[in-house]
Design a protein around this ligand. Structure first.
Ligand code: BDP
Length: 692
């Protein structure tokens, strides 16, 4: 068991064989389209696994059949089931009677709906359910559920920690690695319906004819699984591969070039999803190079794909030299005024927080602030700032915390309401996840990282879903539904992200890692060329206090939130303690809710983080007899690394804070293992995932 099968292991389980064996199961697909054929094959695979015996496909239903058919099929229509509300991607799986025979029906209004239903049935069986009296129904709340691969054409993956890219650009379009199909199965099983193949730091080559042909080969494999292909577009491509002198979005020649390019792509990929664009950020070209706005750029590309029903996802992650007083303010400053000026097929893609995928950030103030524009939530599934693939951190609670946050714009409105379109009645909606997938045998660098891919898909389907419930589902399918495994595994997972916050950046601190790799601690770094490259810029610690003042006396970034939220964050008495140092610069002796001083409280958080990891190791040790050897061993080793590195973060941070505040550690607290100079001397010239 090397983890390749992900959560689709379909292992025999105590509860299932009885059900299946009692009556032979057959699978019936009256109308075998490419998608339904795959759905049937997946069910055959799954049911034979769970039943520990062969399952056949049959031409007609009999007692015990599982039938896959769209709602319009005469046999289904005659049952008068409530299928209208399923819209085009929802499913209904139900025990019914057809021609006198008890049958499990998997239906939906489209083949894709049926496919999702098949996976829902497998999930039901994989989490301890049986084939008796099945009744499952669900409709996705978000339309575009998309992975963003930061994969480069040379095979490296920016911020990827699970090996090289799974796309073998060299041998595509000819060589169709079976892995592509397994990738599509995995995504379809959790409802992901789109994938951006290449890095947002894009090369224009990905838009040349040979690469379009390669992307088309992947699109052909993914199509029956309901997955569309998208490409990151480099804004200056008309110059680099088109021979034009400019990429000015208002230049008719530029617009014509993109239109012709879009037409060319759609000839090869008729259902091409559209473009994702990072513009005028971290050195990428964009419309502002020509003194045009982001909307000018986005709308020009949108016009090129509109005749083909394509869309543009335009990123709001603009990180340039424009807002020197506070990096956190840039996206809002540039995008908020553009609300209402984007074309209908443009979505603005916003990171979950205003800086950059930190272990914790308050939700991005753009959510709720651009009511006329559909906003895509961008989460990072790969753990750039949470210990790469090495540390165990389940991101479900992070995603949920952001999605559940009240925007303060209207009573009861949450970030999830903005993302799923219900806040303003947007029909075009999206959620994007920066993938953690690579060529490692287990896809994501560790068994537990698979859970982050899984929870992203499940929350994109339903942004109000619960992280704990999803962790249970994942653990049951990935290991076994036995509560003796699921309970401790879920317990480990649920607190794991908070532990990372505790040992890296407690109480609202952020961006304290050493230069380049984003892995180990470097709170002392203060000599890099641009101020906001330095951790010291973010923590602002001195002898008296610590924290970034984002209230009126500081950068006033807090004013970017709607008034009730701004008020709560701006007041040092009402801001949640977990966000304290994000918004406020406070004294080391400030009294916290616990009665401890800030300094004492910080120390406690560092210790809690390290302690949690030690606890996870114990829990995992106790699970040894119940988990297969290979996955147990790998996880145990990674947890040992994590414990060592949690201590490193704690010790390095404490050593540094003490050098700044001149305070002693509270009584009974362990001193850092080394002196500050030792921590400063650590360096990692060859960290993975940093492609420059
Ligand atoms: C940062 C990454 C960088 C990405 C950038 C982005 O460090 O590698 O290119 O985000 O999202 O988190 O564009």
């Amino acid at each position: 068991e090397d983890g390749y099968a992900l959560w689709m292991r379909y292992q025999p389980q105590a509860a299932i064989p009885g059900e299946v064996v009692r009556q032979p199961v057959s699978i019936v697909v009256p109308n075998a389209t490419p998608t339904l054929t795959r759905a049937a094959e997946e069910l055959r695979r799954g049911l034979s696994g769970y039943a520990a015996g062969p399952v056949a496909t049959a031409p007609a239903v009999r007692a015990g059949s599982v039938m896959l058919a769209v709602a319009g099929d005469p046999a289904v229509a005659s049952l008068h089931l409530p299928t209208r509300s399923l819209t085009d991607e929802g499913y209904l799986v139900r025990s019914v009677t057809i021609g006198g025979a008890p049958v499990t029906l998997v239906t939906g209004n489209s083949d894709r709906g049926v496919l999702y239903g098949a996976f829902a049935l497998l999930r039901h069986l994989g989490t301890g359910g049986t084939l008796a009296k099945v009744d499952l129904t669900s409709t996705p709340k978000v339309k575009l559920r998309v992975l963003n691969h930061w994969d480069n054409l040379d095979g490296s993956v920016e911020r990827g920690y699970a090996g090289q890219s799974i796309w073998d650009w060299w041998n595509l379009p000819d060589l169709k690695d079976p892995r592509y199909t397994d990738y599509a199965r995995a995504n379809a099983s959790i409802g992901i319906n789109g994938t951006v193949l290449n890095n947002v730091n894009a090369k224009a080559d990905s838009l040349t004819a040979p690469y379009i042909a390669k992307a088309a080969a992947l699109a052909d494999i993914f199509r029956p699984w309901g997955i569309k292909v998208y490409l990151s577009a480099r804004f200056s491509a008309p110059i680099e591969i088109g021979g034009l002198k400019t990429a000015d979005p208002l230049d008719p020649q530029v617009a014509a070039w993109w239109k012709a390019k879009a037409d060319e792509i759609y000839r090869a990929i008729p259902d091409f999803g559209g473009f994702l664009v990072k513009a005028n950020s971290e050195g990428q070209p964009g419309p502002r190079d020509y003194h045009r706005s982001h909307a000018d750029g986005a709308n020009m590309l949108a016009a090129a794909v509109a005749p083909h029903k394509g869309i543009v996802m335009w990123r709001a992650f603009v990180y340039a030299d424009t807002d020197p007083d506070d990096r956190a303010k840039q996206a809002y400053t540039e995008f908020k005024p553009l609300d209402g000026t984007f074309a209908d097929n443009v979505l603005v893609q916003v990171k979950n927080g205003a800086i950059d995928f930190q272990p914790r950030e308050p939700f991005h103030p753009l959510f709720g602030a651009m009511p006329k524009t559909p906003l895509v939530m961008e989460f990072q599934i790969t753990k750039e700032y949470l210990g790469f693939a090495s540390h165990l951190a389940y991101l479900g609670p992070l995603f949920q915390e952001v999605l559940d946050a009240p925007t303060g714009v209207k009573r009861g409105q949450t970030v999830a309401d903005v993302v799923d379109g219900s806040a303003e009645g947007h029909r075009l909606t999206g959620m994007a996840g920066v993938a953690n997938i690579g060529r490692d045998r287990d896809w994501t660098g560790s068994p537990f990282n698979q859970a982050n891919w899984y929870v992203f898909g499940r929350m994109a389907w339903d942004p109000e879903a619960d992280a704990d419930t999803i962790a249970r589902e994942w653990a049951a399918q990935t290991f076994t539904p036995d509560p003796a495994v699921v309970d401790p595994v879920v317990a480990m997972m649920m607190g794991s992200r908070e532990a990372v916050v505790d040992y890296m950046t407690p109480l609202g601190l952020a961006h304290l890692m050493a230069t380049g790799h984003h892995y180990g601690p470097g709170p002392w770094v203060s000599d890099l060329a641009r101020p906001e490259w330095n951790p010291a810029y973010y923590h602002r610690a001195d002898k008296q206090g610590i924290g970034f003042d984002r209230t009126r006396s500081g950068s006033n970034a807090v004013a970017q939130y709607a008034p009730p939220v701004a008020k709560r964050f701006a007041d040092v008495g009402t801001v949640p303690e977990r966000d304290l140092l994000w918004f406020h610069h406070v004294g080391w002796d400030r009294r916290m809710a616990s009665g401890r001083t800030l300094w004492e409280e910080m120390v406690r958080h560092y210790d809690a983080g390290v302690g949690y990891v030690a606890g996870m190791r114990q829990q995992w040790d106790a699970l040894r007899p119940r988990i297969d050897a290979e996955r147990w061993e790998k996880t145990a080793t990674l947890l040992a690394i994590q414990e060592r590195e949690a201590r490193w973060w704690r010790d390095a941070s404490l050593a540094y804070w003490m050098s700044v505040n001149g305070r002693a550690l509270p009584a009974g607290v362990r001193a850092p293992e080394h002196d500050l100079a030792w921590y400063k001397a650590q360096n990692f010239p060859r960290a993975p995932g940093h492609t420059g």
